[in-house]
Every structure is written in structure tokens, then in C-alpha cells.
Design a protein around this ligand. Sequence first.
Ligand SMILES: Nc1ncnc2c1ncn2[C@@H]1O[C@H](COP(=O)(O)OP(=O)(O)OP(=O)(O)O)[C@@H](O)[C@H]1O
Ligand SMILES: [Mg+2]
Length: 338
Amino acid sequence: MYHEETLTVSFDYESFDDYEMLAARFGVQQPEDGTNYRTKDRRKPKRKSPQQEVAELADTPNALEEDFRISYTPARYEAIWLKESLQPFFTQALLEDVLALVKGGKEANVYLCKATPTMPTPYIAAKVYRPRQFRNLRNDKMYREGRELLSGLGIPIKNQDNREMRAVRKKTTFGAELTHISWLMHEYVTLERLFGLGAAVPAPLGAGENAILMAFVGDRYRPAPVLHGVTLPPAEARRLFEVVLHNIDLMLQYGMIHGDLSAYNILYWEGAVTLIDFPQVTLSESNHNAFRIFQRDVRRVCEYFASQGVSSDPQRLATEMWAKHVRLAPDRTVQDRE
Ligand SMILES: Nc1ncnc2c1ncn2[C@@H]1O[C@H](COP(=O)(O)OP(=O)(O)OP(=O)(O)O)[C@@H](O)[C@H]1O
Ligand SMILES: [Mg+2]
């Protein structure tokens, strides 16, 4: 079930600039033939840069073993990225090993990891965000409205005039880095909050600048499938539909909308569902699109359950939940009222 040996993530270097950025950040060499990429002054005698040396090291099998010994065999580019993102968790003695790649997604790769004995679960899912420039970013602008910029510690950066906010507004490289960290921290902080509220989400177990750790759903040999590929017996479908609706309702009660909920972001394991993938969570009272986003979440969930024989009226469900929990009419925000 797991991709033990092969790399399923692919970096789409569509432009030379992207490649160059990757090279700069991860210390990899440009391809020698230079066919697909613009090469810089090739006539200069080449002295090995520290980056090149790192790249060559990364090319050598087991080069990373010195201080980052893992069972999973990453590909060359992935190795450096993985080490940079996960090493802090090894140092903090949260992780003992990386066992397999579970899935390469649009924004992140999820790995099955072995936890240290001090951790509450034997296996951990590490969601490692791709280097910013190689992610297919969702159009995150719609979701960001009304959300605070979060620091790497998950603390809101409030002062509008400070260096960080200016960098984000001006879209500098530093600003993009902050936006990236904020996006990831939103996912982690949301997980913590929802887990604390008793929602069906994986237990949050650690956060770094480029990765978050959470309880792994599945076992050593098989990750939990997403609901999308699962056929449920009718009684089970009805029961799980109610559980998912309860979780949507609970989130809305506390002002949160998943924002990308569908049968692709719900795991199914041993009769239970687990909601995942929260970076785009939206606040019901601070975003002008909140109701639309909420309706879409409810509709997509209803569509899956309809395919399993549970019919419902998504429009009515969404409107009722909204009326129960949100003080504002759809498309109004607290700011409009002030
Ligand atoms: N806690 C977990 N336990 C087991 N598997 C998980 C866990 N979290 C994520 N996964 C797996 O990794 C996949 C990607 O995770 P997630 O949806 O959070 O990232 P993503 O980058 O948004 O991916 P996608 O583009 O597929 O939506 C999930 O579809 C699921 O198969
Ligand atoms: Mg997902």
C-alpha cells in the first residue's frame, strides 16, 4: 500500500527561475546538459560551491545517514527537503523513523513515521509542506480574508505597521515565507482547537516551520482510505453522515468552516470517520464568502452520502446550521457592522 521506494511527488519546474530557486534553497545542481534550462555563464571555470557539495552528497546513497537515519528511501531532491523539515522532530525526540510516503498531495506530502515510545501513538503522520515555489497553491486569498497572520509559534502577528505585515502586503520573499508559515500554523492551531473540542480530527502532535505532526489514521501496513473510495452499507452510511454533520455543526458553533471539505478530506478507518486538511479554515463571521464556502462544504458532503443512498437537502441543512450558530446574515461580517 505504501510507496516505500518510489517517489510519487514530482516537482514541476516550469521555469528556470523556479529551478534556480530550488537550487538555491536546497543546494542542488543544475542539470549538466542544460537543455531545458537557461544556464548561467558556462565558460567560467567551475569551482565547487558548498551547495554543489551538498548536492553531490545527496546523490550518494546513504549520504544522509550520518544524523538522519530513516528506513524510507527518498529521492534526491526529496531527501534534502525531508531532512530539513523533519530533523527538528528527531532532535526533539518526537520521531524515531520515517517509514513510507503515504501520499503526495498538491501542497504537501504525508509520511508514515514511527513515533518515539514517549509519544501517545505508535505511528505519526507527518504532513510536510512542499517548498513554497513548488506547491500548487490553492487560491488562498478567498480564505485569508478575516484571518490573522500567524507566526511560527501560532501566535497572531497583530500590529499592521510592523515589518512582517509590510512584507506580506508588499509580497516580498520574506513576506511569502511568512504567509507560508501562517498557512501551515492555521492548520495546526485549528487541529489543536478542534481536537480540544472533541471533534473527529487527528490528535495534533507537533509543528515546525515546514511540517506538522498528527496521529496517524490507519496501521503500519495500510493508511486509512479517504471516504471517496469507500462503499458503505446503508445503515453505516446514515450513521456516518450524522457524525460528519455533527462535526460541521460543531465547527460552525465555534466560528470555523473547513473550507475544503469533501469525501476526499475525510478518512475512514474501522467504522469511524476523521476529518483532515485544515489550512484554509475560514471564520464564519470575518469573511464575506463564508456562507458560500460553508454551503459548498455541506453540498459536497451530501453528494458523497447521496451516492451511498442517504438523501438530504444540502441547501436546507446549510441554512439551518447557519441560522443556529451565526449571528450575521450570509455575506455580512463583524467588520461591516462596526
Ligand atoms: N493523519 C493522517 N493519517 C493517515 N493518512 C493521512 C493523514 N493525514 C493525511 N493523510 C493522507 O494524506 C493525504 C494528503 O493529506 P492532506 O489532504 O492533508 O494534504 P493535501 O496536500 O491537501 O492533499 P490533497 O492535495 O490530496 O488534498 C490524505 O488524502 C490522506 O490520504
Ligand atoms: Mg486533502
